[in-house]
Design a protein around this ligand. Structure first.
Ligand code: PLP
Length: 225
């Protein structure tokens, strides 16, 4: 943490200024809130883009850190953060190779995929790197991103499971819009309704004997009352 104790008027901009007491309080609140639920946190680093904060989140009990872009994942990894899950597919061959470089160096790296050709490209890149890449399928809620829930998602999960250089770890499914709804009750109702197809997909995967150890959804916004 560079700049602790330095006057804000002396900071070079852009500068990320953090109230460490508030940050600490937020970490404690989130941990306490989820303690009895059996739900783990894997916070998204796109909100802070800061390895130091990611490390604090991991130290307070988060099971991993999410990254939206391969450049974010690289910066986190270079900053000493592991257990990174990339929530978006890497599309170009260059970015897939870069993601697989992180996976080569760190076995806890997990990559989301949401369509079959991308899973095949990822499998080829993993093969070239001599590794098996850990993968979650991204199941769509509405139109944000991801493979449509249901049969298409199941088929993608089966493909990932069958490709020799991929290891299926489960699914992610994120209702981004729900984070912004005011009022816990309304947000809960919408979330339960919108996640129904994702839950059905999870059950279909389980029934098909696929690995469902990860079922990730929700976010900071859906936990607040
Ligand atoms: C795929 C995905 N999952 C979860 C989240 C929630 O992140 P957080 O828990 O840090 O709010 C986000 C944030 O946009 C996301 O893109």
């Amino acid at each position: 943490m560079i700049g602790i104790g330095v006057s804000k008027w002396e900071l070079d901009t852009p500068a990320l200024c953090v109230d460490l007491d508030k940050l600490d309080q937020n970490l404690t609140t989130m941990k306490a809130k989820l303690a009895s639920t059996g739900v783990a946190t894997r916070p998204h680093a796109k909100t802070h883009k800061c390895p130091a904060i990611a490390k604090l989140q991991l130290a307070s009990g988060s099971i991993g850190i999410c990254a939206a872009k391969v450049s974010e994942a690289e910066a986190l990894f270079a900053g000493g953060v592991d257990k990174i899950l990339m929530t978006t597919s890497n599309v170009t061959a260059n970015k897939i190779r870069r993601a697989m470089k992180i996976r080569e160096a760190n076995t806890s790296f997990i990559q989301a995929v949401d369509y079959a050709p991308n899973a095949r490209d990822l499998n080829d890149a993993a093969k070239e790197a001599g590794i098996a890449a850990d993968v979650v399928i991204d199941v769509a809620v509405g139109t944000r991103s991801g493979v449509p829930a249901g049969r298409q998602a199941l088929e993608l999960a089966q493909l990932v499971d069958q490709l020799p250089n991929l290891t299926l770890r489960g699914m992610i499914s994120y209702d981004g819009g729900a984070q912004h709804i005011k009022g816990f009750k309304t947000r809960l109702e919408r979330s339960l309704k919108n996640y129904e197809p994702s839950v059905q997909t999870f059950e279909m995967m389980k029934k098909a004997g696929l690995n469902t150890e990860i079922f990730s959804g929700g976010g900071t916004g859906t936990t607040t009352s």
